[in-house]
Design a protein around this ligand. Structure first.
Ligand SMILES: Cc1cc2nc3c(=O)[nH]c(=O)nc-3n(C[C@H](O)[C@H](O)[C@H](O)COP(=O)(O)O)c2cc1C
Ligand code: SF4
Length: 592
């Protein structure tokens, strides 16, 4: 063990910032991070043992106790449930004689849930020893059980088990026009760095990761910082349930994404970039390394790029199962080998990011679009979309529709148009932007895809009339409670209370007072949390309470609550009477 760990640490240049990478390797080799492993890592990296333990405890793919030789994690996204995940998991649990959440006594197999694996267009999905498996069905599960019983190593399993489709079903500007390798970098130097930034500004490009901040502004602020060291980070954490477009972009358009990062580096004056790839996309890791190597061979990465005296390279770092690491400052902490706890902002990463140096963090799609704009000019992009939302948006469409997959639309397209294209009938509602986004009912389908109406990082989950919306909300609330990083009390305690309170109501044990309390917890979590996770965790409850109060009310009738009870009015009263200090005190008390 000692030799293996020392070798891994040596390959990682004895750098504590690579702690997560080192721990991932140790976990993969020994199936857990033992006390002995912690001692060795601490000595070699010259860091505290407690720091290592806290990092291991933070990431869901790292463990202090041994996992099974076959570590099976079923994706727990709502779309996996809609496709029959639970019965397949129960079947597997029975056949392999392992309880869900446990490791079998002989250590052969562990079975558990994990958050959305980014395969909602081809679920139910699972990870086995970290490798993604789509489209589970009875036959596939039987094959897997057989392979496990025969103790066949996962690396020797048939490739067909792991085959993942791109499912690009509608292309517009970005997906149709892939640029020639090096075209955007060449255009950057031909045009000039300032002029290229102006071109991006003229395109109106806004970040595709969710918040929609102007990309040109961000790059400009970063380039103006009085520092010599700067960093470029591509955020490929893609953890929002229902989002999987970055998976496809990295599989099909990786060159262009890296090209966008390189253009950014030239403009801001950076020598080092990172692709932060979510652990669930581990299966893309090797091929992405090959793309980087090819680009080095082509003179598009490394020293003296295109003989312009410009040096820049990109390193891929894998995450380890933590949704919060998609939040840019948590991502930076993670890249520094720490727990993914969001920083206080300001200062923003553009002034103090990786190693406290000016840093750009952009979404995969943002870099892809930037490369297109620089190569083909701002006009093509700017003439699409709306005044405040130029260009196109790439959507990950899943749920109740005939053709789930990747669709690219100009901003301003109506939701009803999108639903028609993907073959969605009898629609009850759509979750736009994932659990942290907005739920819209079938009365709102003329609303538009746009930052000024319905913004989204790309998740678009459709529900038909056969679905129970409260089950959906329950799934989302469990997700947030599981993924809260635990740093601040309103989110740590609030998301957990919210989950319990909702379960109580949905399971038919709630009173009207419980619904009012639920609404109060929502307000508290939303208004007092430290970062975007907590601030949006109550969205699923709040948006459905507003649109479908009768669904909540119906659950109360079962326990004989007064038939004439007016939930809307009671909630309104409760809101007026709400005293946040009292609620905060109540939460603090509960926590004690
Ligand atoms: C809880 C949380 C998770 C996030 N996850 C992602 C993610 O997976 N990918 C992403 O690009 N942005 C994510 N973001 C937004 C990032 O913090 C950041 O705004 C974004 O990467 C900036 O890139 P952009 O300007 O290109 O949109 C997340 C934000 C929060 C609060
Ligand atoms: S809001 Fe939640 S996720 Fe964000 S810092 Fe607080 S506990 Fe962590």
């Amino acid at each position: 063990m000692k030799q293996f760990i020392q070798d891994v640490i040596k390959i990682n240049d004895f750098q504590p910032v690579r702690l997560l990478t080192i721990l991932r390797e140790v976990q993969a080799e020994f199936r857990f991070i033992s006390k002995q492993a912690i001692e060795i890592i601490a000595d070699e990296l010259n860091i505290e043992r407690t720091q290592i333990i806290s990092v291991v405890e933070f990431y869901s793919f790292l463990h202090l106790e041994p996992r099974g030789q076959y570590d099976i994690l079923f994706s727990d996204s709502i779309t996996d449930h809609m496709l029959g995940k639970q019965s397949l998991m129960d079947y597997m649990s029975k056949q392999l004689n392992v309880a869900i959440g446990q490791t079998r006594e002989d250590g052969l197999v562990s079975l558990d849930n994990t958050a959305c694996t980014g395969l909602c267009d081809q679920g139910p999905a699972a990870l086995i020893n970290g490798v993604a498996i789509p489209q589970l069905n009875q036959q596939k599960i039987d094959t897997i059980i057989d392979l496990i019983n025969k103790k066949q190593p996962v690396s020797a399993w048939p490739n067909t088990i792991f085959a993942i489709a791109d499912n690009i079903l509608k292309s517009n500007l970005l997906l149709k026009t892939e640029i020639v390798h090096g075209e955007a970098i060449k255009a950057t130097f031909d045009r000039g760095l300032t002029e290229t930034l102006e071109e991006i500004n003229a395109s109106g490009l806004r970040g595709r990761g969710g918040a929609g901040f102007s990309t040109a502004m961000k790059w400009k602020f970063c380039s103006e910082e009085n520092e010599t060291e700067r960093y470029v980070i591509c955020n490929a954490d893609e953890g929002e349930p229902g989002t999987f477009k970055d998976r496809v972009l990295l599989n099909r358009y990786a060159h262009q994404v890296f090209e966008g990062m390189t253009v950014c580096a030239a403009i801001i004056g950076s020598k080092q970039g990172f692709l932060y790839l979510r652990g669930e996309y581990y299966y893309l890791y090797q091929q992405l390394q090959q793309v980087l190597e090819q680009r080095r061979q082509q003179g598009l990465l490394g020293k003296d790029i295109l003989e312009q005296g410009f040096d820049f390279d990109i390193e891929i770092r894998l995450g380890a199962g933590a949704y919060i690491c998609g939040e840019e400052s948590a991502l930076i902490e993670s890249l520094e080998g720490k727990r993914g706890i969001p920083r206080n902002r300001p200062p923003y990463p553009v002034t103090q990011g990786y190693l406290n140096k000016p840093t750009i963090v952009n979404n995969v799609e943002t870099f892809l679009a930037a490369a297109n704009i620089v190569a083909n000019g701002a006009n093509l992009f700017a003439k699409l979309g709306t005044k405040k939302s130029s260009g196109t948006k790439i959507l990950s469409i899943s749920g109740d529709c005939a053709a789930p997959g990747i669709y690219e639309y100009p901003f301003g397209t109506s939701i009803s148009q999108i639903l028609t294209d993907c073959g969605a009938n009898d629609v009850l509602g759509v979750q736009v932007g994932g659990p942290s986004g907005t739920f819209i009912s079938n009365q709102e389908l003329e609303r538009k895809l746009a930052f000024e109406d319905l913004p989204t990082g790309g998740s678009f989950i459709i529900f038909n009339q056969s679905r129970n919306i409260l089950d959906v909300v329950k799934n989302f609330s469990h997700f947030f409670a599981d993924e809260s990083c635990g740093f601040c009390t309103p989110c740590r305690v609030g998301t957990s209370l919210l989950k319990k309170q909702l379960d109580k109501i949905v399971d038919g044990h709630g009173s009207a007072g419980d619904v009012i309390a639920l609404d109060e917890i929502c307000q508290l979590v939303k208004n007092n949390s430290h970062c975007g996770l907590g601030q949006t965790a109550a969205n699923p409850v709040l948006s459905t309470l507003q649109r479908y109060p009768e669904l909540y009310q119906n659950q109360l009738k079962d326990i004989g609550y007064e038939p004439g009870f007016d939930l809307d009015a009671s909630l309104e009263t409760a809101r007026r009477l709400a005293n946040r200090d009292d609620a905060a005190a109540h939460l603090a008390q509960t926590e004690e």
